[in-house]
Write a protein that binds this ligand. Sequence first.
Ligand SMILES: Nc1ncnc2c1ncn2[C@@H]1O[C@H](COP(=O)(O)OP(=O)(O)O)[C@@H](O)[C@H]1O
Ligand SMILES: O=C(O)C1=C[C@@H](OP(=O)(O)O)[C@@H](O)[C@H](O)C1
Ligand SMILES: [Mg+2]
Length: 183
Amino acid sequence: MDLLRGVNLYLVGMMGVGKTTVGRILARELNYRFFDTDAVIAQVANESIADIFANQGEEAFRELETQVLGQLSAYTNLVVATGGGTILRLTNWSYLHHGIVVWLDVPVDQLCDRLREDTTRPLLRDGEIKSKLETLWKQRERFYAQADVRVSANITETPEVVAARAIEQIQKVLKSKIGNDIN
Ligand SMILES: Nc1ncnc2c1ncn2[C@@H]1O[C@H](COP(=O)(O)OP(=O)(O)O)[C@@H](O)[C@H]1O
Ligand SMILES: O=C(O)C1=C[C@@H](OP(=O)(O)O)[C@@H](O)[C@H](O)C1
Ligand SMILES: [Mg+2]
């Protein structure tokens, strides 16, 4: 599919919405390469995300996240799954806006069920997952809303269904943007 003509796609959204899972499918559909910023960070740091948080702290992780995003955005034909907190830094938006930013939006209460047993996300460790996610959501919602395309999804939907909806929504937004530019 030649929908984006090489322009990168960046997936943003809360932890657990499916950025990594859906991103992989989208890359296949678009004939793009797939990168997950967390996976690249873990590779360059030679440490898991949880260990980076534990040993170097969140600020150091955010610094690596910005560096990796910056490096990836020098390429074209990529689907990039970002981490849930990427949208917090203004500098990161200067990279995200090189491409189309797609927000995967799943209700927070549904994410709790998905992430309850997860041990890989340091921000959800120790304590009540629901209140942690709700606090993050309150801080972040307005940043996710800056995306070019919003894709609402439900926990009962398969990643394939969500990916198909993402493509539909992207097509719609691109069409209306072209229309507006001509008029
Ligand atoms: N549509 C879906 N249906 C069922 N499980 C999903 C779906 N999307 C993601 N998952 C599962 O939920 C968890 C979080 O997904 P992930 O892609 O890692 O989210 P993110 O990258 O946004 O944090 C993973 O275990 C993944 O397999
Ligand atoms: O929301 C966040 O701040 C984070 C989300 C994680 O990525 P996912 O959104 O892919 O889980 C990972 O980057 C890190 O644990 C921090
Ligand atoms: Mg992920």
